[in-house]
Every structure is written in structure tokens, then in C-alpha cells.
Design a protein around this ligand. Structure first.
Ligand SMILES: *Cc1c(COP(=O)(O)O)cnc(C)c1O
Length: 392
């Protein structure tokens, strides 16, 4: 089965009991036992739930892994994954990544003796230099959030495997439609399904996909013990969202390409970060390990003092945290997604007060550009949006 078909049918096309073509929402916390020592396979929904099981199988297939686990959020997935490690272990982490991951690692797990080293993983020397005998994993986001730096998945995997560690890739930005990190040697793929997989800004979810038999036993136990498992209704919403993932991603990517080019020519914009520009520093690498550039764009305004006005003036594009939905959103990372990261570290990574991040949705691109044109200074200036004559 090809990817688009997997997103629709992977795991189960229909309910085996009733034939329902929409996977039923098994809204049951517990399951009756036919007799002592007997089970239908489902006992209690914290451990396994039939709606969630279909989604877990579908995600495993979509990400080319053997196992999938669904959690109540991306953070729930990451927190359970950390249970594979122990105090004293070190994990090298991409320096610009989702701020909530930073908060979880530095605010919580570092207190329990885990150590985290923040490095620009798009620069291989930084990985090499920061590796110690305690290093047990690399945790990367590629492209990174929000600076769109690209890390070489294959090279990172080879490097950490040689040290006996694991490569963990947060694949939220590109999704299995555009990138399959397990194919390049990653051991674990993480998703915030709240973003593109669900795709409608209406449900939280998180995933781990992998193919490690021993880890599967421990991750199932962590999921069951911690209780951050995905609820049946949210599993159903995510299954429904996943059906259109390929269509939504392609449309968002086309829109993003046009908007990235348009922003680049705008007089109030200093610099645009988008992995599809042929002069992006890791363009060749992206072309090799990904099948598309996704819908995420970051950009520096020339003048940070204009940002409050821009955020007030956008009307179709909503000023809101999150990304990956059918509706376009604009985010101000320093005050939203990345506020948990200390200022010095944030600034060093490029997440300054000039930076805005766009999650491009599936609206008509002319409407999106018209909205940006009226929101960016000087107000009311009309700029043609003749698509993608990308300057070098
Ligand atoms: C949002 C996000 C997370 C956290 O996921 P939640 O579903 O919000 O818990 C993790 N990684 C990335 C890249 C994200 O964008």
C-alpha cells in the first residue's frame, strides 16, 4: 500500500464486528471478561482501546515502523519515551526545537539526574564535540522549530549507533507524507499529532513509532503506568484527520512555496527561513531525505517594533500558538512556543524578537497573501504576488 492509502486504510479499513466504514469510537473505560483468565484482548482503556489500536497500527505503517503508540499529546509521548533512559544518561538535543520539549527536559527530567546537552545538530561537528561516554541518544527536530535548520538523519543515526545510542526524530513538521526518519536509520519517531496528523486544530495527540521489540515492552508499560494514553474520541478525530493528510500537506506546501517567495520580496521583511529555497544552507540534504518542504515558514521583520501591529492586523491568519492545521496561524515564538527557553540560549539559536512563524493552511493563497499584505507595514501597500521567482 502506498502512503495515501495507508493514511486511509492502514491497520483496519472497517470495523470487523459491525462493518462500520468509520472506525467506531469505543467510548468504554473497561471491558467485560468472558470468564476468569479470559479477555477479548481489551481489559482497560489506559492499557489498550480498540479505537486507539487502529490509530496506533496506522501510524506505525505510515512511519514504516513495527510499533505505534498513541498518547494524549506530543509531550505525553516524549515524556514516556524518556522512560527508556535512566538517571546519569545524557541526551544531545537540537538547540532550536519546540519550547515545551526544552521545558520538559530542563525543568523536570534534569532534576531527576538526566542530562541534556543543547547543540546545533545541523552542524555535525557540534554533535561530535558534545558526545560523551554518558550520551545515550540524540534527540533532533528536522527541520528545526522555528529556525528551519536541517539535520542529516542518516549521518546522525550512524554516529549515535556507533556509540551504542538511539536516534530520536521529532517528525511533527514534515509528517510521514514528506519524511520517514526510520528509513534513514532513526530508532524512534515522535509526533505531536495535534499538528498536521490531526490537522484541524481540534484535538491533542502524540505518537511514538519504532521497530525495537525490547523497547516496545517498556514503552507499553510506561504508557500504561503513566496514563497519558490517547482518549477514544481524540483517537477518532486523529484517524479522521489522517485520512486527508496527503491532500492537506500538498496544498499547504504549495501555498507555503508561494508565500515564502512573496515574503522574500517584501520591503518590511529582513530574512525568510523556508527549507524549499535552493539557497537554504541544507537544501541538498533536504532534497535527499525529504519529499517536500512542508507548510512552515519563519521570517525576521526588519523592525521588531512593528510586530505588535502585524499581529493585531492579521485577520484571516489567526495569531495563535500551534501549527499544522487547515487554518493558517501566525506565532510569535519569543512570547509563545519558545518562551520557556532562556533568553540567551534563544537568541543564540536565532529566536529573536524579530522572528515570526507562519503555519500555512489550505486556504486560497491569494486570500492569505492579501491578508499578509494588509497586515505588514506599510499598511495598505499592495504588492503583487506573482509566485515563486526565487531570488538566489
Ligand atoms: C507542538 C509540538 C510538540 C508538543 O506536542 P503537544 O501535542 O502540544 O503536546 C512537540 N514537538 C513539536 C515539534 C511540536 O510542534
Amino acid at each position: 500500500m502506498k502512503a495515501e492509502t495507508v493514511f486511509l486504510h492502514g491497520g483496519a479499513s472497517f470495523d470487523p464486528v459491525t462493518g462500520a466504514v468509520s472506525t467506531p469510537i469505543y467510548q468504554s473505560a473497561t471491558f467485560r471478561h468472558p470468564g476468569l483468565g479470559e479477555s477479548t484482548g481489551y481489559d482497560y482503556s489506559r492499557a489498550l482501546n480498540p479505537t486507539r489500536s487502529v490509530l496506533e497500527k496506522r501510524l506505525a505503517l505510515a512511519e514504516h515502523g513495527k510499533y505505534g503508540l498513541a498518547f494524549s499529546s506530543g509531550m505525553g509521548a516524549i515524556s514516556s519515551l524518556i522512560k527508556l533512559f535512566k538517571p546519569g544518561d545524557n541526551i544531545i538535543v537540537s538547540a532550536d526545537l519546540y519550547g515545551g520539549t526544552y521545558r520538559l527536559f530542563n525543568g523536570y527530567y534534569s532534576k531527576y539526574g538526566f542530562s541534556f546537552t543543547w547543540a546545533d545538530t545541523s552542524d555535525f561537528e557540534q554533535i561530535n564535540k558534545n558526545c560523551s561516554p554518558q550520551t545515550k541518544a540524540l534527540f533532533i527536530e528536522t527541520p528545526s522549530n522555528p529556525m528551519m535548520k536541517v539535520t542529516d538523519i542518516r549521518r546522525s543515526a550512524d554516529f549515535i549507533h556507533e556509540k551504542g545510542g538511539f536516534l530520536i526524530v521529532d517528525n511533527t513538521f514534515l509528517t510521514p507524507w514528506f519524511q520517514n526518519p526510520l528509513d534513514f536509520g532513526a530508532d524512534f519517531v515522535i509526533h505531536s499529532g495535534t499538528k498536521y496528523l490531526g490537522g484541524h486544530h481540534d484535538a491533542l495527540s502524540g505518537f511514538i513509532v519504532h521497530s525495537n521489540d525490547e523497547a516496545e515492552v517498556r514503552l507499553r508499560d510506561a504508557q500504561m503506568s503513566e496514563g497519558a494514553a490517547l482518549a477514544p474520541f481524540d483517537a477518532w478525530l486523529t484517524l479522521r484527520g489522517l485520512k486527508t493528510l496527503a491532500l492537506r500537506m500538498d496544498k499547504a506546501a504549495i501555498n507555503a512555496e508561494i508565500i515564502a517567495g512573496w515574503l522574500r520580496g517584501h520591503p518590511a521583511v529582513e530574512r525568510v527561513f523556508w527549507i524549499g529555497f535552493p539557497d537554504h544552507p541544507q537544501y541538498g540534504l533536504s532534497q535527499n531525505q525529504s519529499r517536500g518542504s512542508g507548510g512552515m515558514i519563519s521570517f525576521y521583520m526588519k523592525d521588531a517594533s512593528q510586530i505588535p501591529q502585524v499581529l493585531k492586523r492579521v485577520s484571516l491568519i489567526m495569531f495563535a500558538e500551534s501549527l499544522g492545521g487547515v487554518d493558517s496561524l501566525i506565532t510569535y515564538p519569543v512570547v509563545q512556543t519558545h518562551s520557556a527557553i532562556p533568553e540567551a540560549m534563544r537568541t543564540a539559536a536565532g529566536v529573536s524578537d524579530k522572528l515570526l512563524r507562519l503555519s500555512i493552511g489550505i486556504e486560497n493563497v491569494d486570500d492569505l497573501i492579501a491578508d499578509l499584505a494588509q497586515a505588514l507595514p506599510p499598511a495598505g501597500l499592495r504588492i503583487s504576488h506573482a509566485p515563486v521567482n526565487l531570488p538566489n
